[in-house]
Design a protein around this ligand. Structure first.
Ligand code: A3P
Length: 310
C-alpha cells in the first residue's frame, strides 16, 4: 500500500504521470536506511500545510537572516526528500528538454545523502516512514512539523493538483482526506504521528493558523528551538521576507518558473500558483453544508482526546 495506490483509487488521475509504485517502494527503502545527522534540520508536513513557508522561515533563521544565501532555488538548498519517488524521469526530461536535470530532482535521496552539513530536508512522509534512525531519535535531530486545518489544506491541494494536470473535482479531493485504509495518506495518522511526539525535545510542532495570526511569535519560537538568536532588525527583515506578498513574488520559493514551463507545454492551464491565496477559513466559502458537516464529524471522531484542534 502506498501514496500512489491511494491517489489512484480516489481520483481520476492518469497513473502515467506518477512514478511506478515499485519505484516508490525502492525509494522508501533507501529512505528507511538513510544515515541521519545530528545537525540536520527536517521540515515535515502533510502536503499543503504551509511547508514552503516554514522551510523559508527555518532556512533564514538558521542562516542569520542572510537573505543573500536565500537567493538559491528552494529545492536545491532545502530538498524534497522523496521527490524522485513521486515523479517520472520521462516527465522531468520533457520539462527540462536539453537542459541537464538537477540532481535534487533526478535522485533526491542520493542528493540529500551527499549534501554537506548542516542539511535542510523537507518531507511529506508520515513519521513511521522516516529513516529508522530519525524515528528512534538516536541523534536528537531537529524536526519541525507544520499542520493546517485540513479543510483549507484540501482546497489548497485541489488547486495544487491542477499544476500537475490532475482533474479531480473538489469533492473527490475531500474524499482523499477521509480515506482511512492507506499507510501514507490517512490524514490523521499522518498528522497525529508527529503531533503525539510534540513534547519530545527534538520536535517543534507549528500551526499554519498561528503563522497567519502572529508570525513574529512563531519566528521567536522557532529561533529558540533552533538555538539561534536574532536581533530586532533581523526579525523585521524576516517578517517582510516571509510576508505573503514577498513570498508570492519570490522566484526562489514560488515555483513560478516550473509552472510557466508546464503551461508552455500545455500540461496545465489557468492561473494556478503555489503561493496562491494564503488565507485561513477559505473553506467557509468553498464547501457545501454537507461537506462541512462531514469534515466536522470526521474531525470530532479523530481528534477526541488528542489535544489538537483547528
Ligand atoms: P493556499 O493554496 O491556501 O494559498 P505547501 O507549501 O505545504 O504546499 O503549502 C502551500 C500553501 O501555503 C498555499 O496555501 C500557500 O499560499 C501558502 N503560503 C505560502 N507562503 C505563504 C505566506 N507567506 N503566507 C501565507 N500563506 C502562504
Amino acid at each position: 500500500k502506498c501514496y500512489i495506490d491511494n491517489i489512484v483509487k480516489h481520483s481520476t488521475i492518469d497513473l502515467d504521470k506518477m512514478a511506478e509504485p515499485e519505484t516508490y517502494k525502492l525509494f522508501l527503502d533507501k529512505i528507511r536506511k538513510m544515515e541521519v545527522r545530528a545537525d540536520d534540520i527536517w521540515v515535515c508536513s502533510f502536503p499543503k500545510s504551509g511547508t514552503t513557508w516554514t522551510q523559508e522561515m527555518v532556512w533564514c533563521i538558521s542562516n542569520d537572516v542572510n537573505l543573500q544565501s536565500a537567493q538559491e532555488i528552494l529545492p536545491k538548498r532545502f530538498p524534497f526528500l522523496e521527490f524522485s519517488a513521486l515523479n517520472k524521469v520521462s516527465d522531468l526530461v520533457s520539462l527540462f528538454g536539453d537542459e541537464e536535470i538537477p540532481r535534487y530532482l533526478l535522485d533526491s535521496v542520493d542528493y540529500v545523502n551527499n549534501l554537506p552539513s548542516p542539511r535542510f530536508i523537507k518531507t511529506h512522509l508520515p513519521f513511521k516512514l522516516l529513516p529508522i534512525k530519525l524515528q528512534q531519535n538516536t541523534t536528537n535531530t531537529k524536526i519541525i512539523h507544520i499542520t493546517r486545518n485540513p479543510r483549507d489544506a484540501a482546497i489548497s491541494f485541489y488547486y495544487f493538483a491542477k499544476l500537475f494536470g490532475l482533474k479531480n473535482d473538489f469533492e473527490q479531493m475531500c474524499e482523499m482526506f477521509f480515506c482511512e485504509d492507506d499507510s501514507f495518506s490517512f490524514y490523521w495518522d499522518h498528522v497525529l504521528g508527529y503531533w503525539n511526539k510534540r513534547n519530545n525535545q527534538n520536535i517543534l510542532s507549528l500551526k499554519y493558523e498561528d503563522m497567519i495570526k502572529d508570525l513574529r511569535s512563531v519566528i521567536n519560537e522557532t529561533t529558540r528551538f533552533l538555538g539561534k538568536n536574532l536581533t530586532e532588525n533581523q526579525i523585521e527583515k524576516l517578517l517582510d521576507h516571509l510576508s505573503f506578498q514577498s513570498m508570492k513574488k519570490n522566484y526562489y520559493v514560488n515555483y513560478d518558473a516550473v509552472i510557466e514551463k508546464r503551461k508552455e507545454q500545455n500540461l496545465i492551464s489557468g492561473d494556478t500558483l503555489l503561493v496562491r491565496c494564503g488565507k485561513v477559513g477559505q473553506w467557509k466559502e468553498f464547501m457545501s453544508p454537507e461537506m462541512i458537516e462531514k469534515f466536522e464529524k470526521w474531525e470530532r471522531t479523530n481528534l477526541a482526546g488528542t489535544g489538537l484542534s483547528f
